[in-house]
Write a protein that binds this ligand. Structure first.
Ligand code: B12
Length: 239
């Protein structure tokens, strides 16, 4: 179990057991204004908050820990992540106020650039696939929660890591994409989706390029989890 991505208040807690094993506590004052700007429409007094917490999951644990009861919900992973966080705060920081900025299901629907927060935390390097990459979780991580609190929690130092793609000679993500949608610098979303739309496509419910990436392959999601996420994104462009 890597502690590298775990912030002090959450280290080895129930959050980690649940698979929410990536956390970063920022000083809210140090967040670039353009990134936090969307929050103004739900919280006019941001100065009442001291921290911003970014929570992610890396590897297959979150899906393995997702109880059957959540799988029937409309947003299984989001609701589970949020419940885990709320339970953690109630148990360990009952007097701290917090507000969840992401995910949100009620208006206003806000857009936070999550990968930009990940870049600040040192979690994200750009990959040819456009999904972020790092040497611990490869491309097998995603952002689950963005929260502001007034807790004065200890601020986390950014993770220092090298972009794994630099050392990758064979670039299997490029050679394994049947839609030829990927080059080292470009990602052709339209080619990817047109290919995935086809009912006989080998990548309608998975991404063969992402699965070919050798970085942190032991952290790869199960096929069931991959299919869950990719069926959702496929649905998005069929609509
Ligand atoms: C819009 C969006 C999409 C759109 C992309 C449309 C487009 N033209 O960009 C759609 C619905 C297609 C999509 C799909 C997926 N997405 Co998406 N998506 C987002 C979202 C909501 C916003 C991205 C954005 O527009 N940023 C704003 C612009 C201004 O930022 P930017 O820095 O200029 O650009 C960055 C991103 O846009 C990104 N990007 C650009 N083009 C594309 C295309 C794709 C397919 C992806 C994934 C990212 C991406 O890379 C840029 C450089 O970092 C983010 C969540 C968020 N709120 O940030 C998730 C996000 C980028 N997606 C994510 C994921 C995992 C996926 C999927 C892999 C999910 C899945 N398993 O199916 C798929 C990939 C589909 C595929 N290749 O077949 C993750 C990436 C995690 C990571 N480790 O980086 C994010 C961060 C969501 C999360 N909760 O973690 N996605």
């Amino acid at each position: 179990m890597t502690l590298l991505y775990q912030a002090e208040p959450f280290k080895q807690s129930s959050m980690v057991t649940a698979g929410l094993n990536m956390h970063h506590v920022f000083n809210l004052d140090e967040i670039p204004a353009s990134l936090i700007e969307p929050a103004q429409s739900i919280e006019h007094s941001l100065d009442r908050y001291s921290n911003l917490i970014l929570i992610g999951h890396g590897g297959p644990t979150l899906w393995q820990q997702l109880p059957a009861s959540y799988r029937k919900k409309q947003h299984p992973i989001d609701e589970f992540s949020q419940d885990q966080f709320c339970q953690f705060m109630q148990q360990h920081y009952p007097s701290v106020n917090f507000k969840v900025l992401y995910p949100r299901y009620v208006a206003p629907q806000l857009h936070f650039n999550l990968q930009a927060f990940g870049r600040l935390a040192g979690w994200h390097h750009d990959s040819p696939l456009k999904v972020g990459i790092n040497d611990t979780y490869g491309t097998w991580f995603a952002y689950r929660l963005l929260v502001i609190t007034n807790g004065d929690l200890p601020v986390t130092a950014p993770v220092k890591s090298v972009k794994p793609c630099i050392q990758c000679q064979l670039k299997p993500c490029i050679t394994h994409c049947p839609a030829a949608a990927i080059t080292e610098h470009e990602y052709e979303l339209t080619s990817c989706f047109n290919f995935r739309k086809h009912p006989q496509s080998h990548c309608s419910d998975r991404c063969l390029a992402r699965m070919a990436c050798p970085v942190a392959s032991t952290e790869r999601y199960s096929l069931e989890q991959i299919q869950y996420h990719y069926q959702l994104s496929r649905q998005h462009f069929l609509e």
